[in-house]
Design a protein around this ligand. Sequence first.
Ligand code: KG4
Ligand code: ZN
Length: 335
Amino acid sequence: MKVLAIETTCDETAAAVIERGPVVLSDVVYSQIEEHAPFGGVVPEIASRSHVEQLTALVEEALTRARLQPCDLDAIAVAHRPGLIGALMIGVTTAKALAWSWDLPIIGVHHLQAHLEAAALAGEEISTPYLGVVISGGHTDMHRVEQAGRSKWLGGTRDDALGEAFDKVAAVLGLGYPGGPAVERAALQGNPKALRLPRTLLADDSLDFSFSGIKTAVLYRWRGPNATYPGRAPGAPEPQDICAAFQEAVFDVLAEKIRRACTQESLGEVVLGGGVTANQALRDGLAQRLGNQFRLVFPPLQFATDNAAMIGALALRRLADGHRDDLELVAEAQP
Ligand code: KG4
Ligand code: ZN
């Protein structure tokens, strides 16, 4: 069983062909980073237009690399929520057109659930129930997952998502966009003990997150007590030390929340996904803090950030469960 999968929820245009297993037969991603970089963040209209320009060629390339014809496919899968509505509509409309013209079933896939499916692309055995932790640019969520695609939400961020906090810290320090990889690189040269940044844990039993406080703390440490300096204030810590201290603080918070959730829900297995899991220091930091208590499963590095392979992997599972959508499928911005 083989599916062609399409991902256009935000600023990556991606197509992949996945076979039952899951085995990735092809996986192509066009990153729009250079188009958005001059604006310091994703511009929705630019994202939509870029998806229109890139997607058809990417679909052809995914099929060519997999050495398949449309008639070899069993379904078309598409991430249809959540995301930027214009961007989603390009993917969904293209998927519907292909499904109609090639006479194939279509399967709408939830982008965030698919992030948790990315771990399966490493061939890892994942047993349910598990704690699913999605840490991306738009979300920081913990779910009790009973089976792929069926889960109970346990908690999430009340303000900034973790990826967003990385991006904003990078912006404050002038490290460029996207911020996550820039902060990770800078932190490698930094001393995490050079300063201490706040850990916001909320109420004792809370499974929610708040990252706006640490972001503001970074702003004040860099630009002075009232953020009066346009750039670095005299005596401000080194940027690489701020990055290292920021990572230490957010890893502490994540570890504590994961520990709480696993304890409250009696879970021993934690599956993580989303762009921030591309951060090697985060993988090592969580393993160090939690590895002796829980089994942590991360996606292969190349499938941590947005990609279509994870969309195909979840679609295959749903297809095997007998699930099909039809041409009434719509794009939805909200989870
Ligand atoms: O999952 P993703 O590709 O897109 C969304 O669904 O949002 O996540 C993108 C986020 C961005 O905020 C980006 O800065 C962050 O993931 N990110 C990282 C790293 N690579 C990407 N954050 C920290 N360290 C990284 N190496
Ligand atoms: Zn994502």
